[in-house]
Design a binder for this molecule. Sequence first.
Ligand code: UTP
Length: 299
Amino acid sequence: MRIHTAVLPVAGLGTRFLPVTKSIPKEMLPVVDRPLIQYVVEEAFSAGIEQVVLVSSTGKAVLEDHFDSSVELEMALEAKGKDELLQLVRDLAPPAGRSISSVRQSAPLGLGHAVLCAWPIVGNKPFAVLLPDDFIWTDDNTPSVLTQMVEQFNKLEASVVAVMDVSPSQTNLYGVIDPYNPKVDDSEDIIRAKGFVEKPSPDVAPSNLAVIGRYILTPEIFPLLANGKKGAGGEIQLTDAISALLGQQSVFGYRFSGTRYDCGDKIGFQMANIALSLQRSEMRSELLPFLREQLARWN
Ligand code: UTP
């Protein structure tokens, strides 16, 4: 079973980033010089995905525009001999044989509902889900997180969700895996799930392994989403449907390699920008003295 399609839900309101997200989609906010959406689209294509489906909403057309050709801009860059920039712009288009399309979520009824909106395009095949605001950096020697997960899916032939260790005091911010074997060893990458709990308080959390925005799901999730009752926050939650899926088949957590930044949140977003800027040698030389100065000021 090949993973052919990746669903990218981008229809959320992005309220944590207001006022900027009133008119600019959160997914267009840049980490250094690329918008968040570009990183996940590149991650999907690098993992062998052929079809990217954006689950979009009013005011988000700019996300598709970003990957569309811009004849005027290309002509202007060509005329000025700005070949490197021209290539940068041209490289945004999906490679041959790959596509980016979109469906609409008519109202922000929750992440689970957003994924359900892609059912007619995905069909009855396993598929990936990537949340653009979960920015995950991997070094040059490590495959992207989706590539790692496709490999796990091929071995397990079951749904796989990305998980990460968080501080026990932070379980109330995440969906958390309830492991089949409660004593999960630090060295285990694959954790069989007994259940998932949405945002448990630290005293009742079944683990401190938080679900992060990368999933490979079997299509049996769709009817569960379609029947889905509203969960936390009055929204149709993906986590609830994955818990229900466990009644029919196995689901595994995968402890990925990579550093995750919560770019749906102002602090995580700034951290990602600082970390990624420091990796650029041309930026590091000016940025480091500035950061040292700031540190001295605030210490
Ligand atoms: P978030 O929980 O981050 O919600 O959604 P949000 O609306 O984007 O941001 P805040 O919390 O108001 O600041 C997680 C992912 O699910 C998508 C979002 O676009 C984001 O990628 N989503 C959420 C939808 O596509 N539709 C929804 O109804 C809800």
